[in-house]
Design a protein around this ligand. Structure first.
Ligand code: TYD
Ligand code: MG
Length: 455
């Protein structure tokens, strides 16, 4: 193995240390010292020839002479994944897929590998044994096959891949890999950075797309995937509530497409199922209407979905009443309560308030405000809202109902799902062509008028 020289550098003040220390001697910060390669004795590895390449003089070229060339993308059988990647897999792209442990990353990508029949897909696992992968594949039920490798040393993986020239490589996970060029343990910031750099070169030199799976913790800030977001072309996040079956694949960064895309899956007994029409599952069909429930026409990324919002307002037995929001921003809930109290005269001061979005989804769309406010009022009055009605609008501090983006798309979705009435902001209703819809559009400018309409 070629020798490399490395040193340990504080990421905060730049002091170098001969070996790793927990606390920097220079600035006194904890956990900022990271191993860095000073000098690599071997020249960059050439993955095609398996030899060390000589440093070539970089070429200069006027931009006009560069041919853009339509990148031919690889369309997978997974329409949700194609969508979040901006229309299929780009050759030579490096994609990081981050998610909490147990959310279903390995399942999603093993499934993808098994679906890509006729392509050489290599699934490298540093986490599970071949038997465990086999058990998982058996659950997914398929006749197709995939090449698996349980190896964690990058140099050995590259050596094996060179003989094979695969079409797609999946790494599960980047935290388990290590490069021989660096001393630190697998999962450390320096190892993750070095391994990602090596995969980046592999992907670009061989024009092979590489998926790197990475773990993040609950707060999503742990060193690891975060430090390498800038090194990869695309960052996808796989998220969802462990207690629910829905999973969302979100684009956080994409050099080859929009970041407003979203894929939805449901975790079943036999793998992940693509959910192409989310609204149908996010609204519960009830025999009789219940108070505290309203339907919001929201957007997640570029997709409209109608989602059930639930509120419970009940007398509090404690001096400090509880305010709990699941799937909805708690600060926004407090703001809505303050607006209802100040502008509408509803007293929530001695009431516990709970708000919940169906399906364990977490949605940040200001257009949810109106539906949440109506659910709160419905529970407060203990009167159900009409079940054929849905709501869309942002609520301002003075109780005004404000316009939201993409109103046409939202109304069209509500219309498609058979709603008869939709409440929107007056400011949104200008220029709307209502003849296209069967449902009745009710335009309001203040929360007060919504209240009068409903109760
Ligand atoms: P996994 O893919 O191992 O998560 P990650 O790689 O993100 O850590 O997903 C594990 C969970 O998924 C586990 O709780 C079992 C569940 N699961 C199913 O419900 N159905 C299935 O078909 C499979 C394979 C897993
Ligand atoms: Mg896994």
């Amino acid at each position: 193995m070629a020798k490399t020289k490395s040193t340990f550098v504080c990421q905060s003040c730049g002091t170098t240390h001969p070996k790793w220390v927990g606390k920097c001697n220079g600035c006194g910060e904890w956990n900022t010292v990271v191993e860095e390669i000073l000098e690599r004795e071997d020249k960059p590895f050439n993955y095609k020839s398996g030899k060390q390449s000589k440093a070539a003089t970089p070429s200069l070229k006027p931009l006009k002479e560069v041919e853009a060339g339509e990148q031919s993308r690889l369309l997978t059988p997974d329409a949700e994944l194609n969508r979040v990647l901006g229309g299929g897999i780009v050759p030579g792209s490096l994609v990081l897929v981050a998610g909490e442990p147990g959310i279903g990353k390995s399942t999603l990508f093993l499934q993808l590998a098994l679906q890509l029949n006729g392509r050489t897909v290599v699934y490298v696992s540093g986490e599970e044994s071949e038997q465990q992968i086999k058990l998982r594949a058996d659950r997914i039920h398929t006749n197709h096959d995939v090449l698996v490798m349980t190896e964690t040393c990058t140099q050995r993986i590259f050596a094996a891949l060179n003989e094979l020239s695969p079409d797609i490589v999946i790494i599960d996970s980047i935290q388990t890999l290590y490069s021989e060029l660096i001393e630190s343990t697998p999962g450390s910031v320096s190892q993750i950075r070095e391994c990602t750099g090596e995969w980046q070169r592999y992907a670009k030199e061989n024009n092979v797309p590489v998926f790197l799976i990475g773990h993040i913790t609950k707060d999503g800030t742990i060193a690891g995937p975060k430090v390498l977001e800038h090194m990869v072309d695309t960052v996808l996040q796989f998220e969802g509530d462990q207690h629910y079956t829905y999973r969302i694949l979100r684009t956080l960064k994409n050099r080859f497409g929009s970041t407003a895309e979203l894929g939805i899956y449901e975790m079943m007994q036999n793998g992940l199922r693509q959910v192409s029409n989310p609204s149908e599952i996010l609204i519960t069909q009830r025999e009789e209407p219940l108070s505290g429930i309203s339907i919001a026409a929201t957007m997640e990324g570029m997709r409209t979905m109608l989602i059930e919002t639930q509120a419970l307002v009940s007398p509090s037995h404690y001096s400090t009443p509880q305010r709990t929001a699941t799937g909805f921003d708690a600060k926004r809930l407090n703001m809505l309560l303050a607006v209802l109290e100040k502008r509408g005269g509803f007293s929530f001061g001695n009431k516990d308030v709970f708000v919940n979005l169906a399906g364990g989804l977490r949605i940040e769309d200001p257009a949810l405000d109106l539906a949440v406010a109506c659910a709160l009022l419905s529970s407060f009055e203990d009167k159900p809202l009409p079940s054929n009605m849905c709501f869309v609008g942002e609520v301002g501090l003075s109780g005004e109902v404000r316009a939201v983006n993409r109103i046409d798309q939202r109304i069209a979705e509500a219309d498609k799902l058979g709603f008869e009435k939709i409440v929107i902001s007056t400011y949104n209703s200008k220029g709307l062509d209502l003849s296209r819809y069967q449902l009745e559009v009710i335009a309001v400018s203040k929360l007060e008028s919504v209240y009068r309409l409903l109760f």
